[in-house]
Design a protein around this ligand. Structure first.
Ligand code: ADP
Ligand code: MG
Length: 715
C-alpha cells in the first residue's frame, strides 16, 4: 500500500499511471538533493509532498469560445477538427497545430517543438485548453500559443479526472528534468492513491489550540486547492493549508533547538568567577575610552553569566562599529584575573592579527602574555605557543580555526570568544567548548541579525545587543553610481587623500571565477598606482597572499604609509583603520546587502565625514539598482539585514548550511515571523511544562531521528 513513508525509489511498484522505475529513481534523487538528504533511498513520499507549488492558477472557469476576449486567460473545452505538423522553412523549430470547435465557434491552438502532440490528438479528440487567447484579425478566430491541455476521455465517460485545466491548478518550479505538467500529474496520482487520512504528526492539543488543518487536508489542498478556495491566499502562502505546513516545520525546528539548549552540558564550572574590587579595577584600567551605555549593559549581562555556575552561552550582537571588541576584551580580563586563560577565535588571519595587535596595545599594563596562533605560524613557534598554553604561561591566545584544528591544549581555559561567528558553524562552537572544561562561550557576530533569524540560528544562545554607536560618529554618506562617473569618483578620492584621509577600493571575488577576479583586482591595483594616484602610495591585499605579506600590507595601511588599499573581500569583517574615509566598492551589484554593510562599516570609524561609493554595472537588472538604493537610504544594519533576508533568503545570508540550520521546505522566517513565535511557544511549553509526558518523549524521539536537526552530534 502506498503510504507517506513509502520510499520514492519504490514508487513504481504502486501502479500509478506513467510512473516507471526511471521516474521513481529520478524523483528520489531530486528530492534527496533539495532536502539535503545524502541517501536517495531515504527520500519518501512525504518528502515529495513537501515540494509545494510555487504558485496557483485559477483555470476553473470554462469559457465558451463566443465569450472569449482578446488577451484573457481562460479554459475552453473543444473538439479537434483538423491538426498536423507545420513545416517551417529554415528554422530548427517545429510546430504542431490544430483547429478545433466547441460547436459554436472555432479556434486555433499551436505548440512549438512538441510534435508528439500529433499522436495525442486525432480528429474528434476532446480537450480542455488553458492559455492566453489572442484574436487573429486576419483569420477571424482566436488563437492560443503553447496552451496547457487536458485530453478528455469519451463523451459518455463522466468520471473525468481533470488535472491540468478546468480547476485551480498548481504550478511547480522545475525539479531536475521534471516540468510542472509532469509533476502535477505525479502529485495528483500520488495523492489519490494514498489512504484517505494520514496520521497526525503534531500533538492533538497543539493542532486544536492553533486551529490547524489536519495533515492530510493540508497536504492535499496545498497541491490541489478546492474548487472554492481563494487562489490569492494560496498564492501568498496564506491559506489554511500553508499555515498548517509552515507551523509544523517551524514547530519541529524550534522544538529541536529548545531540546538542544536543554541538553547542553550543565555541569558546574570548576572554580567560580568572582568580581572583586581588584578585578573591577583591572577591567576599568584597560578601557581606552568611556564605554557607551549599550556596551555597559552588555558587559553587565556577560558578567552575570560568567559569575553564575553554569557555563555562559551568549551571543553578542550589534551593528558594525558599535564596539563589540572591547566588550569581549573586558570579559577576557575578568577571566584572566580569576586565574583562567581566555581564547579568541577569528574567521580570518588578518582579523586575528588585528585583534592580537589591539589586545597587546590595550593590555600592555596588565603584563598578560598575549599570543597569536595561526595556521601559517611557523612550526617551531607553534610548538612553543602550544607548550606555553598547556603550562598556563599564556593568558590570552588569539587565533583562527587553527585553535581547534591543531588540538591545542589549555592549562585552564575559562572563556572562549568566537568573533564574527557566522563564518563558523554550530559544530565548531561545540568543538571550541571542548577545548576547556565547560568554558564560558561568547559568540560575537559580524552582521546584525534580524530577530527572527537570531531566534532560529542562535536559538540556543542568550542574546546581548549593542544598539548604540560610540559618540562622535557621523553616518557614512552612501552613493550608488554607474561606471560613467569613474573619473569624478577618482577626483573625489584624490581630494580626500590630500586632506590626509585614506581610502579602500574593494573588488568582489566570487568563487567560480576567482582567478579572473583576482587578476582584475591586481590589474586595478597596478592601474591605480601607475596611472591614477601616482602621488600616493597604493597597497594590495588579497586572500591568496602569505600571512606575513598580508600583515605587512595591513600594517602599512594602518600607519598611513599607504593611502589607498586595493583589496578583495578579505577586509570584509572587522578591519579597523579609523583614518580611512572612503570605501569604493567595484561591482557592488555582485554583493549581498549585509556584505556591503560590513564593507561600508570599514569607514566612518573616526570623527571625519566618510563616504561609501557603490560602483555598479546596471546593465544586468533593475532589481540590482533597487537593492543598492537601500544602502543609500539607511545605515541601520538591522534594517539592512531584514531586507537582505527578504531578498536572498536565510541560506544565502547566513550560510545556513554551515551554521547548522536546516533548509526550510515551506516556511520563510521573514514572512512567517508570527507563526514562528507561536510555534516556538508551543515547543517550549511541551519541553518544559509537559517535560515528563509520554507525548513529549515521542516528540523528542522524532526530532532525534531526523538528521537534519543535528541533535545526535551537537551538544
Ligand atoms: P565592531 O563592533 O564592529 O567589532 P569595534 O569593536 O571594532 O567594532 O569598534 C569600532 C571602533 O570604535 C574601534 O576603533 C573602537 O576602538 C572604537 N570604540 C569602541 N567603543 C568605543 C567607545 N565607547 N568610545 C569610543 N570609541 C569606541
Ligand atoms: Mg568586530
Amino acid at each position: 500500500m502506498l503510504t507517506l513513508s513509502t520510499p520514492l525509489i519504490e514508487l513504481h511498484h504502486h501502479g500509478l499511471p506513467r510512473i516507471g522505475k526511471k521516474t521513481s529513481e529520478s524523483l528520489a534523487v531530486e528530492i534527496a538533493a533539495i532536502t539535503a538528504q545524502a541517501n536517495p533511498y531515504k527520500s519518501t513520499v512525504e518528502d515529495l509532498l513537501h515540494y509545494l507549488p510555487m504558485r496557483y492558477e485559477d483555470r476553473s472557469n470554462l469559457a465558451r469560445i463566443a465569450d472569449l476576449q482578446d488577451g484573457v486567460m481562460a479554459s475552453v473545452e473543444v473538439k479537434v477538427r483538423v491538426g498536423g505538423i507545420v513545416p517551417l522553412k529554415g528554422g530548427r523549430l517545429k510546430m504542431y497545430e490544430f483547429i478545433a470547435t466547441d460547436g459554436e465557434g472555432q479556434v486555433r491552438a499551436f505548440w512549438w517543438n512538441q510534435v508528439f502532440l500529433n499522436r495525442v490528438f486525432t480528429r474528434g479528440s476532446r480537450v480542455v485548453l488553458y492559455g492566453q487567447w489572442k484574436w487573429n484579425r486576419y483569420k477571424n478566430f482566436f488563437e492560443v500559443e503553447n496552451p496547457e491541455y487536458e485530453p478528455l476521455a469519451d463523451e459518455d465517460d463522466d468520471e473525468l479526472d481533470v488535472i491540468h485545466t478546468a480547476r485551480r491548478v498548481p504550478v511547480y518550479r522545475k525539479l531536475g528534468d521534471f516540468r510542472t505538467r509532469q509533476l502535477r500529474s505525479i502529485f495528483h496520482h500520488v495523492l489519490t492513491n494514498l489512504p484517505e487520512t494520514f496520521a497526525e504528526s503534531l500533538p492533538a492539543d497543539v493542532v486544536e489550540r492553533n486551529a490547524l488543518l489536519g495533515r492530510d487536508a493540508a497536504l492535499r489542498n496545498a497541491h490541489f486547492p478546492a474548487d472554492d478556495a481563494p487562489v490569492d491566499d494560496y498564492n501568498q502562502m496564506k491559506s489554511a493549508a500553508h499555515r498548517r505546513l509552515i507551523f509544523e516545520e517551524l514547530f519541529w525546528l524550534t522544538f529541536a533547538i529548545g531540546l538542544r539548549r536543554l541538553e547542553r552540558v550543565k555541569e558546574p564550572k570548576g572554580e567560580l568567577i568572582e568580581i572583586t574590587d581588584r578585578v573591577r579595577e583591572a577591567v576599568r584600567r584597560i578601557l581606552p575610552f568611556t564605554p557607551t551605555n549599550a556596551q555597559k549593559r552588555a558587559i553587565k549581562e556577560i558578567v552575570a553569566d560568567m559569575t553564575g555556575d553554569e557555563p555562559m552561552n551568549r551571543l553578542l550582537q550589534g551593528d558594525v562599529g558599535s564596539g563589540k571588541t572591547i566588550v569581549a576584551v573586558q570579559a577576557m580580563v575578568i577571566s584572566v584575573e580569576n586565574g583562567y586563560q581566555a581564547a579568541l577565535m577569528a574567521p580570518t588571519e588578518i582579523l586575528a592579527e588585528q585583534h592580537a595587535r589591539n589586545f597587546k596595545k590595550w593590555l600592555v599594563e596588565t603584563r598578560y602574555r598575549v599570543e597569536l596562533l595561526l595556521g601559517s605560524t611557523k612550526a617551531r613557534e607553534k610548538r612553543e605557543i602550544q607548550e606555553a598554553l598547556k603550562s598556563g604561561e599564556i593568558d590570552i591566545v588569539v587565533g583562527t580555526h587553527a585553535l581547534i584544528q591543531e588540538a591545542v591544549e589549555f592549562h585552564k581555559l575559562g572563556l572562549a570568544v568566537i568573533d564574527e561567528q557566522h563564518r563558523f558553524g554550530v559544530m565548531q562552537r561545540a568543538a571550541i567548548r571542548q577545548l576547556g572544561q565547560n568554558p564560558d562561550v561568547l559568540v560575537v557576530t559580524a552582521t546584525p541579525i534580524p530577530r527572527s533569524l537570531a531566534m532560529t540560528v542562535y536559538g540556543d544562545l542568550e542574546v546581548s545587543i549593542i544598539d548604540e554607536l560610540p559618540p562622535g560618529r557621523t553616518p557614512v554618506k552612501t552613493f550608488v553610481r554607474g561606471d560613467d562617473r569613474r573619473e569624478k569618483i577618482y577626483e573625489f578620492i584624490r581630494q580626500q587623500l590630500q586632506a590626509g584621509r585614506q581610502a579602500y577600493v574593494v573588488y568582489p571575488i566570487i568563487e567560480e571565477s576567482e582567478k579572473l577576479d583576482l587578476r582584475n583586482a591586481t590589474e586595478m591595483y597596478e592601474h591605480l598606482r601607475r596611472d591614477v594616484f601616482t602621488e600616493f602610495q597604493v597597497g594590495l591585499l588579497h586572500g591568496k597572499m602569505k600571512s606575513a605579506e598580508k600583515e605587512e600590507v595591513m600594517k602599512a595601511f594602518s600607519a598611513n604609509e599607504t593611502q589607498i588599499l586595493v583589496a578583495t573581500t578579505v577586509i570584509e569583517v572587522g578591519v579597523d583603520v579609523p583614518n580611512a574615509s572612503v570605501m569604493l566598492i567595484e561591482h557592488a551589484e555582485r554583493f549581498g546587502l549585509s556584505q556591503l554593510h560590513q564593507l561600508r562599516g570599514r569607514v566612518g570609524r573616526g570623527a571625519a565625514e566618510s563616504y561609501c561609493i557603490l560602483l555598479a554595472q546596471f546593465s544586468k537588472t533593475k532589481e540590482a539598482k533597487e537593492r543598492l538604493k537601500i544602502m543609500e537610504e539607511t545605515t541601520d544594519g538591522f534594517k539592512i539585514a531584514e531586507k537582505d533576508l527578504e531578498i536572498r533568503g536565510p541560506g544565502e545570508v547566513m550560510g545556513t548550511r554551515q551554521s547548522g540550520l536546516p533548509e526550510f521546505r515551506v516556511a520563510n522566517i521573514v514572512r512567517d515571523q508570527k507563526i514562528l513565535e507561536v510555534a516556538k511557544r508551543e515547543a517550549n511549553y511541551l519541553l518544559t511544562e509537559r517535560a515528563n509526558t509520554a507525548e513529549t518523549a515521542k516528540l523528542i524521539q522524532h526530532v532525534r531521528s531526523q538528521p537534519r536537526f543535528g541533535l545526535a552530534n551537537v551538544g
